[in-house]
Design a protein around this ligand. Sequence first.
Ligand SMILES: *Cc1c(COP(=O)(O)O)cnc(C)c1O
Length: 381
Amino acid sequence: MFEKSAYQKSVPIEEEWSEETVVVQAGRPERVPTAPMNTPITLSSTYIHPALIGYARDGNEVWAALEIALGELDGGYAISFASGLAAASAIAELIPASGTLVLPRASYYGVKNIFDILSKRGQVKLRFVDGGNTEEVIANIPGADMVWMESIANPTLVVADIPAIAAAAKANGTISVADATFATPMRQHPIALGADIVLHSATKAIGGHLDLLLGIVVCKSKEHAAVIDSYRHDRGATPGSLEAYLALRGLRTLSIRIDKSEESALELSKRLKAHPKVKAVYYPGLEGDSQYAIAQKVLPKGAGSMVSFEIDASPTKVDEMLGNLKLIAHTTSLGGVASSIERRTRWPAEEAAGVPMTLCRFSVGIENVEDIWRDLKSVLG
Ligand SMILES: *Cc1c(COP(=O)(O)O)cnc(C)c1O
């Protein structure tokens, strides 16, 4: 594994700096005369000998800058990938051949799909659990090689009890993984809560502008990081340097974007809950939500920008309503500056059984909250 510091010298991070400062400063080039403020994008597949990075699959300065920043925020060794799913595939490499994985039944469909494929090939055995039932998750850990958590879960917004599950995993010699895409590095640090591995789809809030695909794995141990890093090199799951640059540029404003989106998400979840056409609202930051107590423990700063809710209408009618929105984009994906919404079971083959038919996954952007509400109200009636 490359020591990133060998080819990417970056500004030192002061111990007393808050995360709001670290997210802006970490991974910037060392401040020496003539140094640029940002690591330049290098578009070259190969380099003249002798070179530390010989071929573009070996490493890239902008990946290193992004990884230094995310490693600093999450307290581990970060490795960037072509997408969140490429990053999840790399994590699967830590499970020994025919090993056992404990996986929430309602995990993000793409992650579940990776493990279904591996399971069909006999490469992994799966123990499905209810990710929101901590006792059930813990009861399934003995003898397992890895336990997967999603905090906060997509699209059910169930919050995993990372400290309890990670502690049980540690006691059993099981690797614990937390997909923290919804929480973002501004709201949760799974490694500090006891997890071994963190996954972020930077396609979502880290990138934040709906213009790239990128995934991040952060490892507590150098040994795990070496395996993940080799996987990227050997299987070629590398990010583009332009994408890495954009993800890092997005990361710089994550702190203020999440503050704004989250404030609106809380307000909108309250208004949705009071609306007669809305059957149910799922937002872990909302008092009275089934996940509120656990969220207070593992997401003390706030519950982020994602809200799910069910509309009291037929699925066809709900799709029609979402199609009539003018401000909120009727589209998949999430975490952008622009609000977006999707009825998840419009993908019946992909979305987990048990996700309600009219559940709308709503990604709250940074637009004016009253404008967003007016748009929602105009279609809800
Ligand atoms: C989108 C997403 C992924 C997959 O990331 P891609 O960048 O789309 O490959 C993984 N986990 C969660 C929770 C996601 O929302």
